[in-house]
Design a protein. Sequence first.
Length: 219
Amino acid sequence: MMPFNTILFYVFSVVLVFAAFGVITARNPVHAALWLVLSFFNAAAIWMLLRAEFLAIALVLVYVGAVMVLFLFVVMMMDINLDKLRENFWKNSKLGFAVGGLMLGEMSFILLSPLFDATAPAAAPANQPGYSNVKELGHLIYTDYLFPFEVAAIILLVAIVAALALTLRGRKDSKAQNPSRQVLVKSGDRLRIVKMASVAREVAAPPAAAAPAPKEAGK
């Protein structure tokens, strides 16, 4: 009889594949984003079954809780022309199916290779006392994969700076400082005292009230 964890793995995997297919076939960007949220949740569930709790929680908090909410906010606030987005969808379908088939073949080869390789080492059990996948992940990142991790961090930093630069480019209401000009400023350039002669302003007297006209005699 198949174990219950294996049954859950296949159920979550089928839902994940179905949700991923809905992401690329949905005509509405909001619907595509919701399908992507569903695929993230199923991927997090699969990581929980694989005892990778840290990755599952990070996927839900970072991607579902922050990135996808921001993406939905931007999509719903912008006026997107859906007809223009769907214009070249089927034109590039052959290339998309080719890339998808290649990725599927690579994943199948990786997953099925231990079945045909009898000399492959067995995986270390994750239920040992004191085992922590967060500790193992940190150990691998800061020892074996330190250089790729630093390169990825620099690339993300450059992407953030580039996004800010593209957002503020060409805007009239944006204010920026020039450090080179600030360094060259002298004390005399910061304050200028202007001496002006005092001017006395005379206050004009109010005009006198006109006297009433004399009445003619006999009237």
